[in-house]
Design a protein around this ligand. Structure first.
Ligand code: DP6
Length: 339
């Protein structure tokens, strides 16, 4: 029986994907940019077994046991749809056994589905004999997009990645801005609450257009994307930091002004933001924040400042633990299988 294993990182969006122009094709409202996270990985193994009568997907979340996935949530449905879609492209009809595990908390604003869905799509393409689609990264990223997780599109490349939205051609795919060795930027995640979020990103994308602020957000995008790309190429954190923060605040404004409103921040989130602003103003520390669809804060700084900043974040009374991430490789094959 043949087994294939893939490892894929989560990523932190500097310019966020929130809301879609096309829900069927999973086309985003705007191009978006991220950095891969070395400390937040998913490992997925697939087994091709001609004797299986149905697909089995088992997922192990951090510090829990493996559990068989039932088709009772949007995310689970997206996983089974992706298996069926890729099986159909391949014209093969065998069933698969998949096991997948994360080394970080899921559904709490650390883009678990980015690593999970990119790893899943990778093992499926190879198992179903479509290795050429896996190796052509642009095409691979399109295949990832169709599983419904936009952030996962960006995990296929190493380092710093843009998901390009080509509106004219109804297309969206990933391109690499710079590889993982290009810039020693760091993302320290302050884990405040590792619990599952109440409004999932999938639900959030559906209601994003109800926010009156969405049009303003889109009008800001062209320039913000261009400047962010430049800041990465120039390795210029003084330029990048304010762009990251402005985009985070803009996305959360859309979230909070949607119907129904989605509030992801908690008291700890606000406390860390205020600390960061203070350290920057009073001590000239080059440190910035961004937050995805959860309360946890991603603290962006340079490698040389990790120790001082991580120590301070750990001492914050709201912080449960921290995860230090550097830019890393995108989705890749591994020889060590999970079963
Ligand atoms: C706030 O549809 O990719 O993280 O599948 O849950 O990861 P998940 O969500 P997805 O939306 C991402 C929302 C975001 C911003 C971002 O990563 O761009």
């Amino acid at each position: 029986m043949k087994k294939i294993t893939v490892i894929s990182p989560a990523n932190i969006a500097f310019i966020k994907y929130w809301g879609r122009d096309n829900h069927k094709l999973f086309l985003p409202k705007n191009s978006n940019i991220s950095m891969n996270m070395s400390g937040c990985l998913t490992k997925t193994t697939i087994e091709i077994n001609e004797k299986l009568i149905k697909d089995i997907v088992e997922i192990k979340f951090l510090s829990k046991d493996y559990a068989i996935l039932e088709e009772n949530s949007i995310k689970a449905k997206n996983i089974f749809d992706q298996i069926n879609r890729i099986r159909k492209i391949s014209k093969l009809n065998f069933k698969v056994h998949i096991k997948s595990e994360n080394n970080f908390p899921s559904d709490a604003g650390i883009a678990a589905s980015a690593s999970g869905m990119s790893a899943l799509t990778g093992v499926l393409l190879i198992a179903f004999g479509l290795k050429e689609l896996f190796e052509d990264k642009k095409e691979f990223s399109r295949q990832v997009r169709l599983c419904g997780s936009g952030s996962a599109v960006r995990s296929v490349y190493s380092g710093f990645v843009e998901m390009v939205y080509d509106k004219e051609n109804n297309d969206a795919y990933a391109v690499q801005i710079a590889d993982e060795k290009y810039w020693n930027l760091v993302d320290i995640v302050a884990v405040l609450n590792p619990e599952k979020k109440k409004i999932s990103s999938s639900e959030g994308h559906e209601i994003a257009d109800t926010s009156p602020y969405m049009l303003t957000r889109i009008s800001e995008m062209k320039n913000r994307i261009k400047m962010t790309r430049e800041a990465i190429i120039e390795r210029n954190l003084t330029k990048l930091g304010p762009l990251i923060e402005a985009d985070c605040i803009s996305m959360h404004t859309v979230m909070m002004t949607s119907t129904p409103p989605a509030f992801y921040w908690n008291a700890g989130t606000m406390d860390i933001i205020q600390n960061i602003l203070k350290w920057r103003d009073e001590e000239n520390l080059e440190v910035y924040f961004t937050i995805d669809a959860g309360p946890n804060v991603h603290i962006i700084c340079l490698n040389k400042d990790i120790n001082i900043i991580e120590k301070r974040i750990r001492n914050n009374k709201y912080v449960k633990w921290t995860i230090v991430n550097k830019p890393c490789k995108g989705t890749m094959l591994s020889n060590s299988h999970l079963f």
